[in-house]
Design a protein around this ligand. Structure first.
Ligand SMILES: N[C@@H](CCC(=O)N[C@@H](CS)C(=O)NCC(=O)O)C(=O)O
Length: 209
C-alpha cells in the first residue's frame, strides 16, 4: 500500500491526502514532522533530503518528495487518464504553471501569516509583517479571482490537481481573521465548490492548528 509520511496539520501533507482521496487510492499515513519529530533520521532524510513533510513511499521502496511533484506522480503512475492531470500538452502545461505558481508565489506570504496568527502567541506576533504578507497574498488571490470569473476551476471547466494545490490555502485564507483581506467573490464561490467535494472537506477544511 502507498505510505504517506507527514503530520496531517501540514498544508503540503493535506494536499497529498486530498489528491489520494480524489483518486480513490488506498494509503496509510505515518505521523512525522512538527511535534512528532522523526524527520532528522538518515532513513527519513533518504526519503526527503531536507527533513520536511510530506514524503511518499511505494510498496517497492520508491520514494518521492515535494507535494506538487507527488500530486503529478500519483496521477501519472496510478491514474494516467484521470482528468485531474490532463494529458493534452497545453492543458497539462496550464495545470503545471498553476502548480508552480502556488509554490513560488503563494507559499511565502501564506507561511508568514499562518505561522504568525496560528502558531505564535499573541504577544509575540509581528502584526506589521502579517499585514504585509496578507497584502502580498491578496495580489495573488486577485489573479486567481480574475481567472475564476471565466470558469469554475482554476484551469478551466474541470477540477484538476491545480485546484488541489491551491485549495488548502484558500481554506486558510478564508478561515483566518486576516487584517485587510479583500472580498473576492469568485474566490469565495470556488471555495464553496471545494467545500462541496467530500475529499476536500475531509482533509483540508478542518480547524486550523
Ligand atoms: N516544497 C515542499 C515544502 C514542504 C514543507 O515546507 N513542509 C513543512 C510543513 S507544510 C514542514 O515539513 N515543516 C517542518 C515539519 O513539519 O517538521 C513541499 O511542497 O513538499
Amino acid at each position: 500500500m502507498i505510505r504517506l509520511w507527514g503530520r496531517n496539520t501540514s498544508s503540503n501533507v493535506m494536499k497529498v491526502l486530498h489528491g489520494l482521496d480524489e483518486l480513490g487510492l488506498p494509503f496509510e499515513r505515518i505521523d512525522v514532522g512538527g511535534a512528532f519529530g522523526g524527520t532528522a533520521t538518515p532513513d527519513y532524510r533518504a526519503k526527503q533530503p531536507l527533513g520536511l513533510v510530506p514524503a511518499l513511499e511505494e510498496p517497492d521502496g520508491f520514494t518521492l518528495f515535494e507535494s506538487n511533484a507527488i500530486l503529478r506522480y500519483l496521477c501519472n503512475a496510478h491514474a494516467p487518464t484521470s482528468p485531474l492531470y490532463p494529458t493534452e500538452p497545453r492543458a497539462r502545461g496550464v495545470v503545471d504553471a498553476w502548480l508552480d505558481l502556488q509554490q513560488t508565489a503563494l507559499t511565502a506570504p501564506h507561511t508568514v501569516f499562518f505561522i504568525g496568527l496560528v502558531r505564535t502567541p499573541p504577544e509575540k506576533r509581528d502584526m506589521a509583517a502579517i499585514a504585509a504578507a496578507v497584502q502580498q497574498a491578496a495580489g495573488i488571490w486577485k489573479l486567481v479571482d480574475a481567472r475564476l470569473a471565466e470558469h469554475p476551476w482554476i484551469t478551466g471547466d474541470t477540477f484538476t490537481i491545480a485546484d488541489i494545490a491551491w485549495g488548502i490555502h484558500v481554506h486558510r485564507w478564508m478561515a483566518l481573521d486576516l487584517p485587510g483581506r479583500p472580498d473576492l467573490a469568485n474566490v469565495t464561490a470556488w471555495y464553496h465548490r471545494l467545500l462541496a467535494r467530500p475529499a476536500f472537506a475531509r482533509h483540508c477544511a478542518g480547524p486550523l492548528a
